[in-house]
Write a protein that binds this ligand. Sequence first.
Ligand SMILES: Nc1ncnc2c1ncn2[C@@H]1O[C@H](COP(=O)(O)OP(=O)(O)OP(=O)(O)O)[C@@H](O)[C@H]1O
Ligand SMILES: [Mg+2]
Length: 466
Amino acid sequence: MSLKTRLALTLAIAFITIVLIGGVLTFYQARENIRTELQAARSVATNRVAQLVAELPATRDVSGKLAGFVRTFNGDRHVRVVLIDTLGVIRDESILAEDYNSLPEWFVTLLGSEPDTAIMPLTAAAAPITSVGIIIDPRNELTDAWVDLLRVFGLLVLFLSIAFSAIWIVADRALRPLGAIHEAFARIGTGDYDAKAEPHGPPEMRNLAAGLNLMTERLKAISTRNQRLSDRLLHLQDEERTQLARDLHDDVGPLLFAIDVDASGIKRLARDPSKDPETIVERAGAITSAAHEARKELRRILTNLRPGTMPGLGLKAAVEEMIADLQGRHPDVAFEMDIPDGDFGATIETLVHRAVREAVTNALRHGKPRRIAIDVALAPGRLDFSIVDDGGGFSGNAPSGGFGLVGMAERIEAAGGELSVETVERPRGVRIAGWIPLASTHSTADRHDSNGDERSAVTASFEDAS
Ligand SMILES: Nc1ncnc2c1ncn2[C@@H]1O[C@H](COP(=O)(O)OP(=O)(O)OP(=O)(O)O)[C@@H](O)[C@H]1O
Ligand SMILES: [Mg+2]
């Protein structure tokens, strides 16, 4: 059952209850009024007959007096008087006002009022009339009550109809935006994040629609980013393979070729006794250095392929190794490092290593840095890091387009840390800074550190170990 139908039913029940209570109260009030009114009429009529009886002995024209008496009751709304003779025949009677034509029978039955007759005897002076009958007829009074009742009910129904219509119109208008909101939710449910609900109606509905629109915008942004990330993921493997093939081809291939050439040369020289053995030693030396180069290249390629740091190598050594490799290719850039020794756990080390690699690669790729400073510092319960370059900063106001920074931020936030990316001035460049919480077991130890020292237990143990 819809909300509007429920509202209508509740209002209808409330209105019917009010009408019923109103009806019962009006009924009792009317019965009381009729009783009082008829009582008064009876008492007036009885008094007048008594007065007539008292005046009759002194009256000369008795029949005229009687006829006049009856006439005075003509048009009375409650009382009808009749003159009764010795035989019990009605000789004269007054005419009751008849306003009760529209009175429904059930109403008369409901109020249970029947005409009430009282016979009052006359003196012998009135012969042949012996008595006066007073008939109290409640129908005119009932008619008054009926008309009052109709009026009260009419007003009540009019008032309730107006109230009902007003409530209905207000509720209808207030609830109308719910349709659009429901429709928007249904569209969101099917993955259509362009669904919007126009904010209108009362403030509550406008707030609801505005909240919904905010939510869809956010969902749309998340969905777009997810889509881009998954597209990127699809291409990443191919890119990595291509890069690997290129590295092996360009860096390792020529060295293997050189080894091949030198080994063949040694073979030839060894068969020719006229050749100086020193030449063979020279060629063998060339093979050794080519093999050494090849191992270095392989190590570089493997370092790039590996997702994190070398197990057991430690963050400092891993970053140093990465920087040494980059320094070879970027001899003009001054790399500065301040990284504490120690083991921070594989997860944290991998995260920081990746962040440093992405930040340094970005600086070299997108800027023209002369100096890149990498700082890692242990703080209570967390590991802070920053990478600052002076390569000229972002071309726009903020980074855009790639996935490196977004992915880095997401990974660090997932580990409970934070990452900030900002432009620095003088010299202009980019500063990437963040922190990652140390493992929770360490944090617990930190909390129980009884000497109140700011340094965490893990910090202390880490420093001791180093
Ligand atoms: N150190 C920097 N100096 C200048 N511009 C930078 C720097 N770091 C990032 N940017 C800008 O921010 C953008 C986003 O960087 P991000 O690392 O997210 O993506 P990317 O490097 O372009 O691509 P990838 O997804 O391969 O990392 C870059 O395209 C670049 O324009
Ligand atoms: Mg990048």
